[in-house]
Each structure stands twice: as structure tokens, then as C-alpha cells.
Design a binder for this molecule. Sequence first.
Ligand SMILES: [Ca+2]
Ligand SMILES: [Ca+2]
Length: 136
Amino acid sequence: MATRLVRRSHGQARREIILPTGAPSPASMDPIVAAGDITDDGKTDFFARVGTELWALIGYHEAIISSATRLTATLWDERDIVTVGDVTGDGVADLIYRTDPDAILRLRKGITNASGSGVDLNSPASGANSADGTAS
Ligand SMILES: [Ca+2]
Ligand SMILES: [Ca+2]
């Protein structure tokens, strides 16, 4: 896996970010949202909508994202990611999104993962798996 440096005309370098095998093409991600460090490992994470799917891109470090996980396969063509982060104040990342058909903002409260730090990625993946445990 190589990182390619691209030199801009005004002298600043920019790096191409390398995605892991199996990640969707960046061209298909709309939008890509920086989520802060939801896994509590010191590395920035991202969420991305890819057609009907919701993806988590976990562990940005030195222009490499270490893993890509498809959280959900359906419905996200009718939803917009509003924010990913701790909005409830419990230290665990939550997901707020908007549903296009009924224009409702919804909150999925994150659950701490088994190791005790960071979010269990199953909790933003579905309402049933979130801290409230309700379908959404
Ligand atoms: Ca992280
Ligand atoms: Ca929270």
C-alpha cells in the first residue's frame, strides 16, 4: 500500500488518503462526514452514505484509514447524516440523521463497545441496537 504525494502549484503538498480493501469508492460517498474519534483510539473516524448504505471508515492515521464497515445496507438513500458525535453527554458517540420522506430528525444513542471505550458500531447501525432500543 503506497501513499502518493501530490504537489500543488503553490507549493503545498497534499496526500491521497488510502482506503482499506473492500471500502466503497470515494466517488460513491455522498456525503463523507468527519466523526471525530468515535472509537476512542486517538484516530479520526468518518461516516459515509453510499447509495442506500451507511458506512463507517475507522482509524485515520498518516493518510491511511484502517477499516471500512458497512453499518446498514438499506434506506440511507432516503436519509441524511446530520452529525456523528456525543450529543447526549455520556462520552459515547451518537448519530443524528434526517429522514427525507417525513423530514424528521432522529437520534441513535451510542452504546459503549465491549472493551469499554468508544462506540459499539452496531448502535449507530440501527435503531434497535441503539441505547434506546427503538426501531428507526
Ligand atoms: Ca477512532
Ligand atoms: Ca452519547
